[in-house]
Ligand binder design. Structure first.
Ligand SMILES: [Zn+2]
Ligand SMILES: [Zn+2]
Length: 169
């Protein structure tokens, strides 16, 4: 868990926090790949009704390539900014990028916030390299490492349309 105390700020208007460790140590449970190394710096600045939180995460993630399913090293460099609003009113409607906490909150857990930022920083379709050859659809050989003897699929374009039809419906 990555927690920062909000209480200390009442005596100081600008504080810095530094965390170093791995996703395992921090208890990351929302990212479905290892984060063996993360260096996180946060700066908390007091503003009206709350705090502005600005952070930077550098480190290493090991996601799986969508095409060849091989785990590879991906450098993380993630900027994280959010507004923490101390709020006791019922009517307040926080927006997406605002963290809304009760006014007497002493400590805020940033673990989920950081995990979301990591997931968003990665491309939706993540590839080990631009020209990854993927796996052979028939025998599963990793075509980046070797080739196989499977017949290359050669479909008459006139039949392509038929493949798109879903007969199960
Ligand atoms: Zn790949
Ligand atoms: Zn093959």
């Amino acid at each position: 868990m990555i927690k920062i105390p909000l209480q200390r700020l009442r005596h100081d208007s600008d504080l810095e926090f530094h965390f170093e460790g791995s996703g395992e140590k921090f208890g990351f449970n929302k990212v479905d790949f290892p984060v063996p190394d993360a260096d996180i710096q946060f700066r908390l600045i007091e503003v009206d009704h709350g705090y502005f939180l600005t952070g930077q995460l550098t480190g290493l993630a090991q996601p799986e390539c969508h095409r060849c399913l091989t785990q590879f090293d991906y450098d993380l460099n993630v900027q994280m900014d959010t507004l923490i609003v101390l709020d006791d009113s019922e009517e307040f409607t926080p927006e997406d990028d605002i963290v809304d906490v009760p006014g007497d909150t002493q400590e805020i857990d940033l673990t989920d916030f950081i995990q979301d930022a990591i997931v968003l920083a990665l491309p939706v379709k993540i590839l080990c390299k631009e020209d990854c050859q993927g796996l052979c659809a028939q025998c599963g050989t990793n075509l980046n490492e070797s080739s196989c003897d499977c017949e290359k699929e050669n479909i008459d374009p006139r039949w392509e349309k038929l493949k798109e039809l879903n007969f199960e419906e």
